[in-house]
Design a protein around this ligand. Sequence first.
Ligand SMILES: [Zn+2]
Length: 381
Amino acid sequence: MYIEIGDSIGTSLQLGSNDRKTLDEIESILTYASFTSREGKHCIKTASRACAQKITDYLQTQSGYQKIFFSYINSHFSTYLAGIKNLVKPYIVVEKTNKKIERLEDKIIVNTEFASRCDFWNSVNFLPENIIDWRYFLRIAYYEKMQQSILKNIDFSLTPEQGSGGRTIDTYKFRCNEGKFILAILDSDCSYPNQPYIPKSNADQFNKLDPTIYPTGTNVILDVHEIENLFSSDIFLSNGNKNNANKFIGYNLPPEIRQFYDFKTGFAYNRLFKNSYMNKKIIDSGITIKLCRNLLECLKKNKNCSCVVVEGMGNDYLIKLFGCNINETKKDISNAVKSDFENRLMGAPEDLIDPIKKEWQRIYRAFLTWFCSFKVNICVS
Ligand SMILES: [Zn+2]
């Protein structure tokens, strides 16, 4: 996250308030801010040079990292970090105020009591529907980040969570109730453009949430069927799949169909022909449509049967494609994604149609806002 230490914090220190509780909270905040910045968990900056000065003056009598951190970041990175602030929405401001948390459109104001908890300074949680999904979201975010030279010193720091099907929303609410910041990205499960969300699906449940009750949570519902629909062709060519990319049905699908195709289970007859747009696209594409299992029975149902007529790739499709296993650590996965870029295994998503490019941008902006981090290494002698 982009976290700003507000001017009221500097002022409270300068005035030497008698309020011991607030001073204790501010001291915790300064400690957490400097150390989590050294660990590369957030982008942290004071609201103004004057505020940074007041903090360093206050810490004058103390030796150690906090004092050096605030004066160093202010003198060396102030302009750079201010540029990053313009790219995130919302950012966080820590202020001396009575309200624990107030979420506005462009910023979230948290008070010293809220921000003095150790938990506040941990990396923001990331909740995709399946824990292996985050690997591809990270690829998308890294790709978009690399298009902007200002972001070359910015990384993403996050704590992946295991979404659990229809119970994903419970994890989201639980974390929010704990006061944790969390970003969830949900599949729409839609089979054609502008389809209403399926009742009780994850998308439907998250769509109905009242965001004012969960001010630390943000959710993004994909405008495609699910994560697999965001794949660019290069994913089918990487991870040793180069010689058999063609065996992945998704690789051969025309882009407009790829957007709503169910990579796991395929297309059922009733879903396929419910929408005239998809109906036409599929027929035009010339892809193989199988016959129903029991044609005579199905004909009686007047196109309402649920026979699978375009095959899927099975439930472990993502694992097959990535060749990844659940024992990999967060660091393994980050390194694998970075190495794919360095080895140019991941190219530009040239084969993506505009609606999918737009989704890549949304994911990147959400990643930048919630997971942006800037690592500060200062030698304290
Ligand atoms: Zn049928």
